[in-house]
Design a protein around this ligand. Structure first.
Ligand SMILES: [Zn+2]
Ligand SMILES: [Zn+2]
Length: 84
């Protein structure tokens, strides 16, 4: 990932808090995670949407967030339930 830069000082921002959960204020279903950066020059704090690291589902091989259950498997399970 490229370094985050302060737009006013053009200084590399310091990562203060990674993947910080903001609660469900913005998104109802999914929690909104942010990376919190601070500028060492002007002490401005900037928030960036956290880039989720994806994991590979061992069952179906699809990529999904480690914070969530695999959507494909959940869907397959729902279909299985409906057809039984
Ligand atoms: Zn700054
Ligand atoms: Zn899966």
């Amino acid at each position: 990932m490229a370094d985050r830069m302060c737009p006013s000082c053009h200084t590399v921002l310091t990562l203060k808090e990674k993947d910080y959960p903001m609660g469900s204020a913005f998104l109802k279903a999914d929690r909104f995670h942010v990376d919190i950066y601070e500028c060492p020059e002007c002490h401005g704090v900037r928030l960036y949407a956290a880039e989720p690291e994806l994991v590979t589902c061992p069952k179906c091989g699809s990529l999904h967030s480690p914070r969530e259950a695999c959507a494909v498997c959940a869907l397959n399970g729902a279909i299985d339930e409906a057809t039984h």
